[in-house]
Design a protein around this ligand. Structure first.
Ligand SMILES: Cc1ncc(COP(=O)(O)O)c(C=O)c1O
Length: 464
């Protein structure tokens, strides 16, 4: 590992600034161009983000030459790691043949067919350019099909950044820039309360759909009881409301057929993206043929004027994304990628928990499938040990997302891990097939040093 640990007389933040001097210099220019110097809310970082020069497999290298074990894996899109040779070859070959035909092409058919074969609910497929567009499309299809206007989402569940899904629970005013009418059409409910959901479904005849992340909000940062998922499916069927499963992260990751294949809970519509396009931009709304039929033109002017859901999009199913995506899905279909990342994530959670135990901390490292999240201490009682079971699936976990509890500590943890050669996505991350057991052990050693630094600075509540 080329990262160096500074002398203990230096604070963690001093080490960060010294080790990543090249990134600091790039950031000086970026702040004159981008708000916050950032191109994505999740990439804004204090005092500055790392500037990455190249990536391969499970690793990336910054402009100062530091090698970092990457657990962001392209915001979850790189199930096969950075620069998978088959994907690189497919995209390079496609570049030679053209990047955009503004027309139908064979690769989109091949790509769509692979999606249809893998995802149980995918009777029909419509490609988009991102996951945000995919959830927007699912919402619109649900409204067109049912003739109703409202959609239920759950607290903290993330579905991209369009106007509907950024709405939080009233009475909070609509988020900045979102019209009140749009916000009013979204009902935000707590998870794990089927009674409350049933009451809403029973009393409001204008609900078109329920949308949810199947493994819990923020890629399982807020764990979800699988029985709740099954309960939502049952209630939506009972009340004739559509279930939209947002599998932008879980699709092709939990299992080749996504969380729906893994849990057996089959939704009416599904949003997918990320792994779908093999690391290039892309998304899709998929689902029941009778619902997806609302995307069709028909010979009836009345249908086209009033029932057809409009959808354009310059880069839908573009040949580069189709080549990368189709190549990735062919590998996903072999089954071993999901098994590899799920097993490795279990090992990572285990090794990171051993670090917390060795330091006598009351937090835990939890998550499902190939995802993990770090809770550094018990937010309810910093002196009492949290069990992983509290953070898994048992009913209503005593749960507060650690990022919400203590953003300053989480910022420090992120910087500490970067100093020690590890990069996270928020309070956790995801595995790729390029990660090895050695990467996991090396990351656990980096976590150990980071926790040591944080303890030394006295910033972890309850730590002695
Ligand atoms: C569950 C979920 N839905 C939707 C999105 C939005 O996808 P995109 O960033 O491609 O717009 C994300 C992005 O992280 C996501 O995690």
């Amino acid at each position: 590992m080329s990262t160096t640990i500074g002398s203990s007389s230096q604070t963690l933040d001093e080490q960060f600034i010294r080790q990543f001097a090249g990134s600091a210099a790039r950031f000086q220019e970026a702040v004159e161009i981008f708000p916050n110097g950032a191109t994505h809310d999740g990439r804004a970082q204090k005092p500055f983000p790392l500037y990455i020069e190249r990536a391969q497999g499970a690793h990336k290298w910054d402009v100062d030459g530091n090698r970092i074990i990457d657990f962001l894996v392209g915001h979850g899109s790189l199930l096969l790691g950075h620069g998978h040779p088959a994907i690189v070859e497919a995209v390079a070959a496609q570049m030679q043949r053209g990047t955009h035909y503004g027309a139908a092409h064979e690769r989109e058919v091949e790509w769509g067919r692979r999606v249809q074969r893998l995802i149980p609910s995918a009777e029909r497929v419509r490609f988009t350019s991102s996951g945000t567009e995919a959830t927007l499309m699912c919402l619109r299809l649900a409204r067109a099909y049912t003739g109703r206007s409202k959609v239920i989402k759950f607290e903290h569940h993330f579905h991209g950044w369009h106007d509907y899904v950024v709405v939080e629970e009233p009475p909070a005013p609509p988020p900045a820039g979102v019209p009140a009418g749009t916000a009013d059409s979204m009902l935000v409910l707590p998870v794990h309360d089927l009674e409350r959901l049933e009451t809403v479904l029973k009393n409001d005849p204008d609900i078109a759909a329920v949308i949810m992340e199947p493994t819990g909000a923020g890629y399982s940062s807020y764990p979800l009881d699988p029985d709740f998922l099954a309960g939502v499916r049952k209630l939506t069927l009972d009340y004739g409301v559509l279930l939209i499963m947002d599998e932008v992260i879980t699709g092709f990751r939990c299992a080749p057929g996504g969380a729906q294949a893994a849990t057996g809970v089959i939704p009416d519509l599904t949003s997918i993206a990320k792994i779908l396009a093999g690391g290039l931009p892309g998304g899709a709304a998929v689902g029941r043929a009778d619902i997806m039929a609302h995307l069709e033109y028909r010979d009836e002017p009345e249908w086209n004027a009033r029932k057809k859901v409009r959808h354009q999009g310059t880069f839908n199913a573009n040949p580069l994304s189709a080549s990368a995506g189709s190549t990735a899905l062919a590998i996903v279909a072999e089954g071993w990628p999901a098994r590899h990342v799920n097993d490795l994530a279990a090992m990572l959670r285990d090794e990171f928990n051993q670090v917390l135990d060795a330091h006598g901390l009351t937090g835990c490292v939890y998550g499902t499938y190939s995802m993990f999240h770090i809770a550094l201490y018990n937010p309810h009682n910093p002196h009492e040990k949290l069990s992983v079971a509290d953070y898994s699936s048992a009913g209503q976990p005593p749960f507060i997302s650690m990022r919400d509890v203590d953003p300053a500590l989480y910022g420090k943890m992120k910087r500490g891990l970067q100093v020690n050669g590890v990069d996270l996505m928020g309070d956790g991350g995801m595995l790729s097939t390029a990660h090895t057991e050695e990467d996991v052990s090396e990351a656990a050693a980096g976590f150990d040093r980071t926790v040591g630094l944080l303890k030394q600075e006295g910033v972890i509540p309850g730590a002695r």
